[in-house]
Design a protein around this ligand. Structure first.
Ligand code: PEP
Ligand code: MN
Length: 360
């Protein structure tokens, strides 16, 4: 058990199998002796004119890259999956958050402002997005801003406002938590925890958030490859919490026509391999409200289990992400299109009661 890191659900690492290719013109005996001295069990593999070894580490403690430092070894290939807990979610159903279902044939949309600012405006946004068919409210109270001089969010006071509007509107909410020390304090107040792109590798935060048992919306860092993203999800899964929703939100690139480059291909790639729902944030990817709907449609057409969209009726008044805030009428049109696109491949859009019965 990795007690040092507080991992509760660490996968068994024993017997991690390795395939080892020996350097040309090196006999196996010295390498075998070194491996055995480290406690590994070894079998020789005859690979044409090359020699290989099949090695098992019963304790599962020695990384493949350490083994590769033994003289006489050309290459070591670990046969253990890097993210075994994520791989084990293959037959998982959907993640449910109140009326929203993500995955398992259901599509749901999270919508709201970037940041919680004015409670009256928030109330209007909640009503409008709910009428349009969103099933979860979003909004940041601990904002992660590139500049310390930008608006940092309303903190606990804004969280109380968000919760009140959520309860009144009947929409559960996700909000971003940024500090592991806050998690226990606010976990009981939130319906779901967003881990923002910049905190994807804040490992103590991932563990604390996972331990709450609440649904975790895990955004991909703008420079993370898929493996790093899945290993971040793995941290949450080690706590025994399988309520993880992955969110693609675009990658850093040299381009300036969009804020981030949306990786649409990762949606079907992940859906073919693991059972965790995958949603897309077209707002932060686009950075421009006029591009948001098109990216959102592309995401649903690619098989995304949902969207998280920033909506604001008066973007000129907001201090956070004004350029990408979708006007409510545009959001409403998008929701109609999302319902139609989901139905095209036999899936169902979950909609809030204010918008009518589930599915359209
Ligand atoms: C957000 O959702 O408001 C946000 C800051 O997103 P990201 O972490 O993807 O930048
Ligand atoms: Mn934002």
């Amino acid at each position: 058990m990795g007690l040092d890191f507080g991992l509760e659900n660490e996968p068994p690492t024993g017997c991690a199998p390795l395939i080892i290719l020996l350097s040309q013109d090196v006999g196996p005996s010295a390498v075998i002796a070194s491996l055995k001295s480290l406690g590994l069990e070894v079998e020789v593999l005859h690979l044409g004119d090359r020699t290989g070894l099949y090695a098992k580490d019963p304790e599962g403690q020695i990384p493949a890259e350490s083994i590769s430092r033994i003289p006489g070894i050309e290459k070591v290939m670990s046969m253990a999956p890097r993210a075994p807990l994520a791989m084990r979610t293959k037959d998982k159903g959907c993640v449910t958050v109140g009326p929203a279902r993500f995955g398992g044939g259901f599509v749901s949309v999270i919508a709201g402002p970037c940041a919680i600012e004015d409670p009256a405006v928030l109330k209007t946004i909640a009503r409008l997005v709910s009428e349009a068919g969103a099933t979860v409210l979003r909004g940041g109270v601990f904002k992660v801003r590139t500049s310390p001089h930008s608006y940092q969010g309303g903190g606990l006071e804004a969280l109380a406002e968000l919760r009140a509007v959520s309860r009144e509107s009947g929409l559960p909410f996700f909000t971003e938590l940024t500090d592991p020390r806050h998690v226990a304090q606010v976990a009981e107040l939130v319906d779901g925890i967003q881990i923002g792109a910049r905190h994807m590798q804040n490992f103590p935060l991932l563990l604390e958030a996972g331990r709450t048992g609440k649904p975790i919306l895990l955004k991909r860092h703008m420079a993370a490859d898929v493996e790093e993203w899945l290993l971040a999800a793995e941290y949450v899964l080690t706590t025994g919490n399988e309520q993880v929703i992955l969110c693609e939100r675009g990658l850093k690139s040299g381009e300036s026509h969009v804020r981030y480059l949306l990786d649409v291909g990762v949606v079907p790639w992940l859906k073919q391999r693991i059972g965790l729902p995958v949603i897309v944030d077209p707002s932060h990817a686009a950075g421009d409200w006029r591009l948001v709907s098109a990216l959102a449609r592309a995401a649903i057409a690619a098989g995304a289990d949902g969207l998280i969209v920033e909506v604001h009726p008066r973007p000129e008044t907001t201090r956070s992400d004004a350029l990408q805030a979708l006007p409510p009428a545009e959001f409403s049109r998008l929701m109609q299109q999302v319902g139609a696109l989901a139905a095209l491949d036999g899936r169902q859009l979950c909609v809030a009661q204010a918008a009518g019965a589930v599915g359209r």
